[in-house]
Design a protein around this ligand. Structure first.
Ligand code: HGY
Ligand code: MN
Ligand code: MN
Length: 418
């Protein structure tokens, strides 16, 4: 068996992370969007690594790069049997860190290579998947590429438009793929034994507990509210304060209301407004039309739904008092995704085998595993990241921790029962 030295594995992982981090749409920060030229370059690099690792490389109609290591049965000309899928994403947010998503793909390749280089066939096949649409930055919907693999892709998504008015359908064609081939991207449930994802924690728990690795118990559910406020544009110098219908001031009050309600939930719910769009922004114009998107998450679906209902009522109160037109649309409602006990226990045993204490923790961040849970049992392993910082260029995981993570992933695969 190729050596399982975490230090060597970690150094290799770091080199691969830096190589991927250098592929960006912008010169001085990392931004890599779905079906962009940068996605193409990163997918080519990942495909090269998969091939060098000894995997059979393919790409599906949404650009997911797939590295396959045949099962013992398949290699002997019998049927493939089940597959264990190992994936994450290579798209990024704007001004991103290098590790979010990318580490899961790099670790999957290094783990599969461990078996391929040793010519070790397993009772199940391995498929390493590099998804390209987890962050949902380009199109107003996310997880399209993992949904295609899980058979949940929604045809209507093809009409979604990016900021330049390019539809997903057009973007797929420009990327050299055919939307008609999307159904062929799906695995059937009976051929998949499970999906696992290795990911930086994007939070402070592992660092605070001085542990490099952790077992994910569940992925938080998400609700998105799009709030459109219609006021009256006016001259900043001439309209008396009491006669204004200022849509931006109303939006600001709603942002603070969402924050206050989330703080009052004592950790049960988090709420964030990361995007506020003013239709005709100008320093000397009272904003007449504003749209804000509220991201609401919780590990408890009932708590999240209750929070959404109460927040909608609070938004209506603000709009009425300010005489603003209001349109609230729920654009996302994703249930909490449990990680199956068997996979959790497999990761716990693997972490213990690499000398760690198998802490179990929930994920506040969303992941492709949420889409894959519609297809098969899913689980995740977290890797400590410095200060818990993510979605930020300061994001960092040490080569030592990454090496331990790959070694634990290899141990997990060795112990996996398809
Ligand atoms: O939003 C999320 O949690 C993920 O990073 N896309
Ligand atoms: Mn991610
Ligand atoms: Mn992310």
């Amino acid at each position: 068996m190729a050596d399982l030295d975490p230090r060597t594995l970690g150094e290799r992982a770091e080199r691969m992370i830096l190589a991927l981090g250098a592929i960006s749409a912008e010169p001085r920060r990392l931004t890599r969007q779905f079906l962009s030229p940068e996605h193409r370059r990163a997918a080519d690099l990942v495909g090269t690594w998969m091939k060098a690792a000894g995997l059979d490389v393919t790409e599906d109609a949404l650009g997911t790069v797939r590295g396959h290591w045949a099962s013992a049965g398949e290699a002997a000309g019998r049927n493939t049997g089940k597959r264990l899928l190992i994936g994450s994403h290579i798209d990024t947010v704007i001004d991103a860190g290098f590790y979010d998503g990318n580490l899961g793909v790099v670790a999957g390749i290094l783990a599969a290579e461990h078996f391929a280089k040793a010519g070790k066939r397993l009772p199940f096949a391995l498929d390493v998947l590099a998804f390209g649409d987890e962050e949902g930055v380009r199109f107003p919907a996310t997880l399209n590429s993992s949904r295609a693999v899980s058979g949940e892709f929604r045809e209507a998504a093809l009409d979604l438009k990016d900021a330049d008015g390019v539809t997903l359908r057009e973007a797929i064609l420009r990327y050299g793929k055919d939307p008609a081939d999307i159904p062929a991207a799906a695995f059937s449930p009976d051929e998949v034994a499970g999906y696992v994802e290795l990911h930086i924690e994007q939070g402070p728990v592992l660092e605070n507990r001085n542990q490099p690795l952790g077992v994910v118990t569940a992925i938080a559910g998400q609700s998105y509210l799009s709030v459109e406020l219609m006021g009256e544009a006016g001259h900043a110098g001439t309209v008396p304060m009491m006669m204004r219908r200022d849509a931006l001031a109303g939006a600001a009050e709603i942002v603070l209301q969402a924050e206050r309600m989330a703080r009052d939930s004592r950790g049960e719910v988090v709420a964030t407004v990361g995007v506020v769009t003013i239709s005709a922004p100008a320093t000397n114009v009272i904003a007449g039309h504003v749209v804000l998107i509220i991201d609401i998450r919780s590990g408890s679906d009932p708590a999240r739904h209750d929070f959404v209902d109460r927040l909608k009522s609070a938004i209506r109160t603000v709009a009425d008092r300010r005489h603003l037109g209001l349109q609230v649309t729920q654009t996302r409602n994703v249930a909490t995704t449990p990680c199956t006990a068997a996979i959790q226990d497999g990761f716990a045993a693997a972490i213990a085998a690499t000398g760690g204490e198998p802490l179990r923790l929930a994920s506040g961040a969303g992941h492709d595993a949420t889409a894959m849970a519609r297809l098969c049992p899913v689980g995740m392993m977290f890797v400590r990241c410095r200060g818990g910082v993510s979605h930020n260029p300061a994001e960092y995981a040490s080569p030592g921790d990454m090496g331990l993570a790959v070694a634990a992933l290899i141990r997990f695969i060795e112990g996996f029962k398809a």
